[in-house]
Design a protein around this ligand. Structure first.
Ligand code: PAF
Length: 281
């Protein structure tokens, strides 16, 4: 596996592979790999001849006061894991190489309006911009993203569609710890006590699924019951949001009569954890 730092070198390398008729799979990451990242790499590798992985802690998607400086990093371990997963190249650019010259932004304001977009202003503009750049550099046939960041996936799908980017954007199911906690690089911020409490986030989502199966379809009622559940089962958690949204537009829905995403963000100590579930009517 080659480690490439220069964006144009990556672009040349990937363009050569494309000319040779090879199919390229791409997994963009911010590193500190866990089993969720490895599952994305396996999925991309299974559908391609060359796996391209990027590792870039993208400054433009962090707001002031967020954890850009503290974000966990371990390039040596990540390089080994990406190589073991069959990556042909690990792209590790410097911020200066990715953001040179006057500002250019890609914004998807409607899909970004709610959920994390409301709590983290500017976050999805940073995500859409860097992912557009990465897709134009790697020129993959398929790029794989985790469904844990479901709003991010919706933003990227809309961006790729609107910009006519010739790439398939594939979602991959959330990878969970044995106790249900969604895997995230930010789980390292949890103290042992917070880690023990955190699976309640997912249990709450499963409860909502049960209440829906029992006949409750009104989102306001379901959200109220979910907040009561969290108050009892996760008293140390601060709910940032718990919302029912359309799976593509990410706009709020009032009643479940078609597939709906229930998305939550909970602050637990230093960590802000997100999770979601797709509810079928
Ligand atoms: O999901 C992530 O790790 C990041 O948001 C991404 C897609 C790599 C863009 O920086």
């Amino acid at each position: 596996m080659e480690i490439v730092r220069d964006p144009l070198e990556l672009q040349r390398m990937c363009a050569t592979w494309r000319r040779e008729g090879l199919r390229l799979g791409f997994v963009p990451t911010m590193g500190y790999f866990h089993a969720g990242h490895l599952a994305l790499m396996d999925a991309a590798r299974a559908q391609s001849d060359r796996l391209v992985v990027s590792l870039f802690v993208n400054p433009s998607q962090f707001g002031p006061g967020e954890d850009l400086a503290a974000y966990p990093r371990d390039l040596e371990r990540d390089s080994r894991l990406a190589a073991e997963r069959g990556a042909a190249v690990l792209f590790v650019p410097d911020p200066e190489a990715m953001y040179r010259g006057p500002d250019v932004w890609v914004d998807v304001p409607q899909v970004a309006a709610h959920l994390c977009g409301a709590s983290r202003p500017g976050h999805f503009r940073g995500v859409a911009t860097v992912v557009a750049k990465l897709l134009l550099l790697a020129q993959p046939h398929v790029a794989v993203f985790g469904e844990k960041d479901r709003q991010q996936l919706a933003v990227i799908r809309a961006m790729a569609r609107q910009l006519f980017l010739p790439v398939e954007i594939a979602g991959h199911p959330i990878v969970r710890e044995a106790d249900g906690l969604a895997m995230s690089s930010r789980n390292v911020y949890l103290t042992p006590g917070e880690r023990a409490a955190a699976p309640a986030i997912h249990r709450g989502l499963l409860r909502v699924r049960d209440w829906l199966l029992a006949g409750e379809r009104h989102c306001a009622a379901l959200a109220g019951r979910l907040r009561e559940f969290y108050a009892a089962e996760l008293p140390e958690g601060r709910i940032d949001y718990a919302e029912f949204v359309h799976p593509e537009t990410m706009t709020p829905v009032a009643e479940i009569d078609a597939p709906v995403v229930l998305a939550v963000a909970v602050r637990l100590g230093k960590a802000r954890l997100i999770d979601n579930v797709l509810l079928e009517s």
